[in-house]
Every structure is written in C-alpha cells, then in structure tokens.
Design a protein around this ligand. Structure first.
Ligand SMILES: C[S@@+](CC[C@H](N)C(=O)[O-])C[C@H]1O[C@@H](n2cnc3c(N)ncnc32)[C@H](O)[C@@H]1O
Length: 246
C-alpha cells in the first residue's frame, strides 16, 4: 500500500526454452518493447539446457514405447521450473492439445502478476512433469508449430498491451475484437475515395449516435458471418442475462 493505494507489482513473464537467444525478438519492438524498456513489465528467459546434468547437456530422449521424434525429459525440465522464482504466478506449458487461448484468459493473465511459460520442442514433453508441476496446457490454435517460443511471444504480446499505460489513451481494448463477444467493425481513413471505393457516408456524417449504431451492426454482421461459434455463445449469453427492473 502507498498513500492508501495498492501498488501493482510488475507483470513478469519467465520463459523456459532451449532457444533463449530468440527472446525478446518481436517483443523488443513497438509497444511491448517500449514498455519493457521503461519497466512496465519484465522478462526473464531461462535456458532449459543449463539444467541438464550430462556431458552433452541433453534435454530430450527417445519416446517410451517407441515411435518417431524425441521427448523433453521430465527431470531436466522440472529442475528448470523449480529454479524459477517460486511465486503465485500461473505456470503454463504450450501444447497443441491445450485449452485454446482466448481474450478472456489473456485479460485474466494481464490482471495478475504474470506467468511462467514453458516452451516445448520435439514431440512434446514428458507427461509426468505436466502433472508433477501443475502446468496448465495452452494452445494458440489448431495447427502445429515447431516449438512453444512463438506461442509464448503471442501470449506475452497479448497480455502486455493490456497492462496499464502500455496502449496509451489513443487506443483502448474496450472496442476491440472479442470485447463483448463480437469481432470489431471495419476501419477507414483518408482519402475519402480510394480506387473508386468510398468511406461509408455514415462515418462522415458527424452524427455520433448513427456512427455507433452502424459500427455495432457491422460488428454483429461480421461476427455472424465469420464466427458463428462466437455469435452462438454471445446470443446464448444475451438470452440468459437477467432482465433489469421493468
Ligand atoms: C512439434 S510440436 C509437438 C506437437 C505434438 N507432437 C502434437 O502432435 O501435439 C513442439 C512444441 O511446439 C509447441 N506447439 C506447437 N503447436 C502449438 C500450438 N498450436 N499451440 C501451442 N504450442 C504449440 C508445443 O510447445 C510443442 O510441445
């Protein structure tokens, strides 16, 4: 507490990877990079290989039961996780079979103290370390990447831009895609006509009520057309919302 106000601890991402040199990568540029430089968030990157004990610094071994590829070793990964600051941050591991990352989960993570992020490689990681260290499996989409590092960057970028002061006044998350369960409405800027394509008249009308109504209806149309899954969830939420006093 300072002057009766709760002081927010710095949002911290701790990344465990066998490719530490990849970081901060794109997180060092633009909004996230500026915020990292000014101390609005912190990033530590641990090299999992530093926790190997053999001469070859092995982090992987052949799969039990046979099959292609290699599996990240539970003992090495567990040592790397245990050496990361013991605090109340959630511990996530990236995996195509994890729970899909959503803007709601991103907002929840951004409100918290940060996250410990384990990046898989090879065929994946030994199941026992997931259970033994209580790792939450997170997927960034229905496709297979070669490693969890880009997934970690996606998650960090999505969280960091929501931290207080990072986006600035010019842009806000309140009207972005997924806010209120809708995709965002279309944007336009000058010139008024480009390749015979006009900016919709309503946006030039100066009538803020009509502009807001047009944006709302475009957001609904796009969500219905492109993401029937989101539209169905939102429609169900609207139907079950308790009605206010008549
Ligand atoms: C080649 S992938 C392993 C794929 C795994 N054999 C499977 O079929 O589910 C190597 C690593 O990349 C990361 N990865 C790949 N696709 C991902 C996704 N869609 N979301 C999150 N992480 C992913 C995970 O950390 C994974 O352990």
């Amino acid at each position: 507490m300072r002057n009766g106000q709760k002081v927010r601890e710095m949002w911290r991402a701790s990344v465990l990877t066998i490719f530490p040199d990849i970081f901060p990568g794109p997180l060092g540029a633009s909004l996230a990079g500026k915020a990292l430089a000014t101390g609005a968030w912190a990033l530590d990157v641990a090299d999992i290989r530093a926790f190997a004990t053999d001469r070859h610094r092995s982090v992987d071994d052949t799969p039990a039961g046979g099959g292609p590829g290699m599996v990240m070793k539970a003992d090495v990964l567990a040592r790397a996780i245990d050496a990361t600051a013991a605090d109340r941050r959630p511990r996530l591991v990236f995996s195509p079979r994890g729970v899909p990352l959503t803007q709601d989960r991103v907002e929840e993570l951004a409100r918290g103290p940060g996250a410990v992020l384990v990046c898989g490689r090879f065929e994946g990681i030994d199941e026992r370390v997931i259970a033994g260290r209580g790792l939450e499996e997170v997927s960034i989409g229905d496709y297979v990447l070669s490693g969890g590092e880009i997934a970690a960057m996606v998650l960090i970028d999505a969280c960091v831009r929501l931290l207080p002061g990072v986006m600035g006044k010019a842009s806000s998350g309140a009207e972005e895609s997924f806010a209120g369960g809708l995709l965002e409405y279309p944007h336009y800027t000058r010139p008024q006509v480009w390749e015979d394509r006009q900016i919709p008249d309503v946006l030039l009308s100066g009538d803020h009520g009509k502009i807001a109504a047009w944006r709302r209806s475009e957001a609904e149309r796009l969500t219905r057309e492109r993401r029937p899954d989101l539209w169905a969830t939102r429609s169900a939420a609207v139907r079950t919302k308790p009605r206010g006093p008549e």
